[in-house]
Design a binder for this molecule. Structure first.
Ligand SMILES: Cc1cc2nc3c(=O)[nH]c(=O)nc-3n(C[C@H](O)[C@H](O)[C@H](O)COP(=O)(O)O)c2cc1C
Length: 498
């Protein structure tokens, strides 16, 4: 049984039922105003409510028929709701079970493995016949006018309007594997877009392959649809895994697809708005940006491929347009990233088994800072873990890794820093290395290539050259705690922060 919503309207209704939606009935401009409201909301404790702007005012001053939804994923509860789970640990538990492939004893033990293995193949995407919901309205050629969709300009120094919560669908021309990536896209005309897939991402790899072949590349941008699929576009899956298969696994229900009307790709049948088109790798790149980014700084303008839009299809003229706002953290993307952190823990453990837990605090904007706790069993193991992580997918872009012992709760960043700063001798316990860094890193010596720092904040062993005595952490004994627990209510100690 799956509880995951099938489309955006269902997701919005579910959010409203749990009391986490605010409908904004006043007209609000897509130019900066929505972002300012969303920023104030996203900074509220726990992430603030989701917002549905019912009367967006377009850049040209006209009213849009499409409501704008923002901050849909921006709380722990809504992140779980989007995937149909009560806690993200449910998903990591299912993945951990899948990874546990030791062959059980006996016939019945072996038989018990079957349902587990069936989990993986049960939910591949399905092609739906007939006219899908997302193609109730089809606009082609000159009828396409991107100016009628309420795309936001989010910060004053931005280069224009951007699509911020898309599923960008492409196909690997060699292997035929689909990719769905969440990349921002700049609106550059009534039928032109600029595609900001960074060089380390799968969409960019497909584009390089198409350029090598000298072929035009079909591209689809799907907006809305089932929220597990939207989330999956942001998840750092290996290129060989189709995000719609992963979304099906997450929501325990296949993602339904339909053929695009003007290009050779499939689109999510329940998407709200779909932009179909192509990129011609032979065309000159276009200037994209600047953009107020999730680093909290503007990313500078750079050159990216132009996408030509050949069709816009939608559920209706009132189809919801989903957006997000990035900027100084914390923002909605923290919750998307946090889901990835939890869901991918068992996969990280598969290749780096000494990892106990890890955490990316919001101010570290994912790639700047990762705390990792390990079950240290031999000298130098912290360095082994650092280098293993710098060799894994997008973790390779991590700028600062802090490795701690397993008794540190790395999900509490204050605790992690407190222990780390106590445990290190800075010169002895840091290591620097070189490698690819995030395209958004504005401080690296070269664009997308720079240095990283690893901090070994584990307790040092004599075999690591540390011969002094290492002190214990201070903890009150359990008996005293129990006695004071019993006494506490009668002590009359009340204190509210001033
Ligand atoms: C809100 C949001 C916006 C993002 N914008 C971009 C972007 O503009 N370009 C990019 O390359 N990655 C962007 N990302 C990160 C990618 O979605 C992420 O790295 C994903 O794993 C890429 O998928 P891929 O490995 O299939 O390319 C964004 C993520 C989020 C949550």
């Amino acid at each position: 049984m799956s509880n995951a919503p099938d489309d955006l309207a269902e997701f919005v209704a579910a959010i409203e039922r749990i009391g986490e939606l605010v409908r904004i009935t006043q007209p609000v401009r897509t130019h900066l105003e929505m972002a300012e409201i969303a920023d104030r909301v996203m900074k509220l404790p726990g992430g603030g409510p989701a917002l549905l702007f019912e009367h967006p005012i377009l850049a040209n001053g006209q009213r849009s028929t499409h409501p704008v939804a923002i901050n849909l994923y921006g709380s722990m509860r809504r992140m779980c709701l989007s995937l149909g789970v009560a806690s993200l640990d449910e998903i990591s538990g299912r993945i951990a079970e899948l990874m546990d492939l030791k062959v059980p004893e006996g016939f019945f033990g072996k038989l018990s493995m079957l349902p587990r293995l069936a989990e993986v193949v049960k939910f591949p995407p399905k092609l739906r016949s007939g006219t899908p919901a997302c193609q109730k309205i089809v606009l082609k050629g000159d009828d396409v006018d991107l100016d009628t969709i309420p795309f936001l300009q989010t910060w004053p120094g931005d280069g224009g309007r951007y699509i911020t919560l898309p599923m960008v669908i492409t196909k690997d021309p060699k292997r035929g594997v689909r990719n769905v990536g969440m990349y921002r896209v700049q609106v550059q005309g009534k039928r032109e877009l600029a595609m900001h897939w960074q060089r380390h991402k799968t969409g960019a790899a497909h584009w390089r392959e198409m350029a090598e072949r000298g072929e035009k590349m079909p591209v689809v941008i799907a907006l809305g649809g089932d929220p597990a699929s939207i989330y999956s576009g942001s998840a750092p899956l290996p290129p060989a895994i189709d995000e719609f298969l992963f979304a099906g696994f997450l929501r325990r229900k296949p993602v339904e697809l339909a053929k695009a009307v003007t290009c050779d790709l499939e689109v999510p049948a329940d998407a709200d708005i779909v932009l179909e088109g192509y990129i011609d790798p032979a065309e000159a790149l276009v200037s994209e940006g600047p953009f107020g980014d999730h680093t909290g700084f503007y990313s500078l303008a750079d050159f990216y491929p132009r996408m030509h839009v050949t069709a816009v299809t939608m559920r209706s003229r009132e189809a919801i347009y989903p957006a997000t706002l990035v900027g100084p953290p914390p923002m909605e993307d923290f919750y998307l990233g946090h889901a990835t952190e939890r869901v991918f823990l068992p996969l990280l453990k598969l290749t780096v088994p000494e990892i106990v837990d890890y955490h990316m605090p919001s101010y570290g904007i994912f790639h700047n800072l990762v705390f990792v706790s390990i079950d240290k069993q031999y000298p130098g193991q912290a360095y082994k873990v650092m280098h293993a992580l710098w060799g894994q997918g997008l973790m390779s872009l991590a700028k600062v890794l802090v490795i701690l012992d397993k008794d540190v709760n790395v999900r509490n960043a204050d605790e992690a820093w407190w222990v780390a700063l106590n445990n290190i001798d800075p010169e002895r316990d840091t290591t620097f290395t070189k490698g690819p860094v995030d395209v958004l890193d504005h401080a690296s010596q070269h664009f997308s290539f720079g240095t990283k720092m690893g901090i070994d904040a584990t307790r040092k062993w004599p075999e690591e050259g540390f011969t002094r005595e290492w002190p214990d952490r201070i903890v009150m004994d359990a008996d005293t705690k129990a006695r004071i627990d019993a006494l506490w209510p009668s002590l009359g100690i009340t204190w509210k922060a001033p």
